[in-house]
Ligand binder design. Structure first.
Ligand code: ADP
Ligand code: MG
Length: 281
């Protein structure tokens, strides 16, 4: 695909999250979901976020995507402060069934954001075809989402995101609702797209193995109000496959380490507990 046009050079600043806070306010009281959370991602990186359920992962992604206003702090994308859905970003959510329009064909679903963006017809056609080809759906352009399996529907959502030619792609537990074999295939598809298209990817999952298999870095979140417990470097070769990578001793070491961190997070362990010299609970 020709999706690399105007994309920032690999290694330059892409996303900067600084001192982010998000507190939900309702009649029932306040819920502080995110507290003073800071990290950055460089162009071309593949970064995973893991953390306990209810930690604030979706809240974080929504703040980054400009879908939810933060209570404090800043999100900066390619040097611009995010205050609404940014142009260079696409998002894939867990619920593919709800993210696709049932009355539109596969092609029409993938094409819609390009129409909204004002892409010329000939370019739209090319981008849609390339994206469907890239996700292995070139043979079902005229099917409707409900005629497809869950895994195929999620491929449509991925094709739609990729056709948009985003600089950064956010994914929120996109494979949580598909079976294990499909999930492995989709993981490899995402690695492949990342590799070929030079995307920057931020991938949220609650699956520790998935985070290590996919990521160059894994950001482990604390429980709510969430902060970063640790930014774990994944020093596995970029060439990955389900069998070799997952049986690498380094994979096992990382899994044990991240598992331990997530267990601590579930028990309420926070970074300040370490700096205070307290023994991890
Ligand atoms: P995760 O994605 O890690 O499971 P969420 O970001 O969905 O976590 O939720 C983080 C916390 O914020 C949870 O305690 C959740 O109940 C609360 N929360 C999420 N959305 C809202 C909302 N719209 N109003 C109030 N509280 C919310
Ligand atoms: Mg969530």
């Amino acid at each position: 695909m020709t999706a690399t046009a105007h994309r920032p050079a690999a290694g330059s600043a892409m996303l900067d999250v600084a001192g982010l806070n998000k507190t939900y306010t309702s009649a029932a009281g306040d819920t502080e979901a995110i507290r003073d959370l800071t990290f950055e991602i460089k162009a071309g990186e593949m970064v995973c976020i893991v953390g306990p359920s209810g930690a604030g992962k979706t809240t974080l992604l929504r703040c980054i995507a400009g879908l939810l206003p933060p209570t404090g702090g800043d999100v900066t994308l390619e040097g611009q402060q995010v205050s609404g859905p940014p142009k260079g970003m696409a998002v894939v959510f867990q619920e593919y069934a709800r993210s696709l329009f049932p009355w539109l064909t596969v092609t029409q679903n993938v094409e819609l954001p390009l129409k909204e963006k004002g892409t010329a017809k000939a370019d739209r056609r090319r981008l849609v075809n390339e994206a469907l080809d890239a996700v292995g759906l070139a043979d079902v352009p005229n099917s409707y989402p409900w005629q497809l399996s869950g895994g195929m529907q999620q491929r449509v959502a991925i094709a739609r995101a990729v056709a948009y030619e985003p600089h950064i792609l956010l994914m929120d537990e996109p494979f949580a609702a598909v079976d294990a074999q499909t999930r492995a295939d989709l993981e490899d598809l995402v690695r492949d797209l990342w590799d070929r298209l030079g995307l920057t990817l931020l991938f949220v999952t609650h699956d520790i193995d998935e985070s290590i298999y996919l990521g160059q870095r894994v950001l482990v979140l604390s429980g709510r109000p969430t902060v970063i417990l640790e930014d774990v470097q994944v020093n596995l070769p970029n060439e990955r496959d389900q069998l070799t990578t997952r049986s690498d001793p380094e994979f096992a070491r990382l899994r044990a380490h991240v598992y331990d961190l997530v267990q601590k997070a579930k028990r309420g362990y926070r970074p300040e507990d370490a700096t205070a010299g307290a023994a991890p609970r």
